[in-house]
Design a protein around this ligand. Structure first.
Ligand SMILES: [Zn+2]
Length: 452
């Protein structure tokens, strides 16, 4: 049997149903809603998310899958095939809120088909790709393919927030031995750095230094309003550090950047600490920053230059500082190269902090994603993609956080092509019907190959 030709034939008859199912699914505004009334119900993340999950499982049942819904409502799955081993496809049914309704041309939760596009919240992230992969598996069933592995579609419901769905799944369910997540771009994302966010706390000091900002971005500036401002200005000048005068103080200027690219930014907190140290300010926190981070975006005084060929340097973002009489707090975001043990890096960091009087409290941790470029999984998926398109098939490593890192031996696979619109999380989110056409064949062939 020529799988490719069979898939193309099946696609022509399934296409209207695929679009219809996307239309039904995006009609649920499945936005996280953890209001108290939802706690300890079968819809912990909101009524609409449960409805959307129920709709997906009903659809799968009609297509001939066996289905299961977590009684607590965190996830569901649909399975076909026989065999001891299992391959998985991991997608999610929750969507991000519509913060910019003015910028939408139509209701975000009504599918609009226009100029070859399917427009609605969730078409790209991630209902559309999940449904395309689902129907590709259905096509394989229709043509009588035998699968030597079970094929399980896992539907998460909290991907856009805290991943509680998939963490609960991994705790209590069978983990597929291999699989992919259709929740980003082609060809294959095989490596993503581990992420660790931490808050360090020590006792208060006489000086006041305070900034605001999120863990994941290098701050653009910090205002200083405490003692020795004239000397600080002289030191800033001497070091060629940008600043401006503000009411009652000095604004040290840095350059904002994403925490995965700390070296593309300039950290104003580190610059401020450097100058305060230079002018003789007595502060254990300033000493800690200058001795352990200096002006490095990679925390080199602690780790040396920790890097690997796959994913680059360890990135360390000193995101925020809050020193006053009551306490001293530092907020940090670290991105760790994939071939190093995260826990070893963390314990080294914690020891360094402790020796300087800081107590470390973890805020968030996401394991790294790493499946070797030379693995059969990555090779198979890249080869199929290369046979179906003219695009570059070099697998990608990036510092984001796609869903596949929740499971070992999973990679991210589409369904954004290099020439596709990138509209996830944006107003008028959409996919093109051309992308559905292309991805259907790719996913069908991939599921066929991985289930052998
Ligand atoms: Zn997503």
């Amino acid at each position: 049997m020529n799988i490719r030709e069979e898939l193309i034939k099946e696609y022509n008859s399934l296409k209207p149903e695929i679009i219809q199912t996307i239309k039904e699914s995006v009609a649920y505004p499945s936005i996280l809603d953890t209001s108290e009334a939802n706690a300890n119900t079968s819809h912990p993340f909101g009524v609409e998310i449960e409805k959307c999950l129920d709709h997906m499982l009903d659809t799968c049942k009609k297509l001939g899958f066996k289905t299961f819904k977590d009684p607590k409502g965190y996830y569901g799955y649909a399975e076909i095939g026989e065999g001891k081993e299992m391959m998985g496809i991991l997608g999610h049914l929750d969507v991000v809120p519509v913060a910019d309704i003015d910028q939408w041309d139509n209701d975000p939760f009504t599918l609009i088909e226009k100029d070859g596009n399917l427009i609605a919240r969730g078409t790209s992230d991630d209902k559309g790709p999940t449904i395309v992969a689902l129907y590709a598996a259905k096509a394989l069933m229709n043509v009588g393919c035998t699968f030597n592995k079970r094929i399980r579609f896992i539907f998460g419901t909290d991907e856009e927030s805290l991943w509680r769905c998939i963490f609960r799944y991994c705790e209590i369910e069978e983990i597929p031995s291999i699989g992919f997540t259709p929740d980003s771009k082609f060809p294959v994302i095989y490596a993503e750095k581990g992420l660790w966010q931490v808050i360090l706390t020590a006792k208060g000091e006489d000086i006041t230094i305070s900034s605001s900002g999120a863990f994941n971005s290098v701050p653009a500036s910090i205002d200083y309003t405490d003692i020795k401002q004239d000397e600080l200005i002289a030191s800033l000048k001497k070091n060629n550090f940008d600043y401006e005068l503000i009411d009652k103080g000095v604004r040290i200027l840095g350059k904002a950047a994403h925490a995965q690219d700390t070296e593309k930014g300039i950290n104003p907190i580190q610059r401020l600490a450097h100058c305060l140290k230079e002018i003789g300010i007595i502060s254990p926190t300033v000493d800690f920053i200058t001795s352990k981070f200096a002006l490095s975006p990679f925390a080199e005084p602690i780790f040396g230059l920790l890097k690997d060929d796959v994913s680059g340097e360890l990135k360390c973002n000193l995101a925020r500082i809050d020193v006053n009489k009551d306490h001293s707090k530092l907020y940090l975001d670290l991105r760790m190269p994939v071939t190093f043990e995260m826990d070893e890096i963390i314990s080294k960091f914690n020891k360094v902090a402790k020796n300087s009087g800081f107590e470390a409290k973890q805020h968030d941790k996401l394991n790294s994603l790493y499946v070797s470029k030379d693995s059969p999984l990555v090779k198979t998926l890249c080869d199929i993609y290369g046979e179906e398109t003219d695009f570059d098939t070099t697998p990608l490593s990036m510092g984001g956080a796609t869903y596949s890192r929740a499971m070992k031996n999973f990679v991210t696979y589409g369904m954004v092509f290099p020439d596709s619109p990138k509209t996830a999380h944006l107003a008028n989110e959409h996919i093109t019907i051309n992308d559905v056409d292309r991805a259907f064949i790719i996913y069908g062939r991939a599921i066929h190959k991985l289930s052998q």
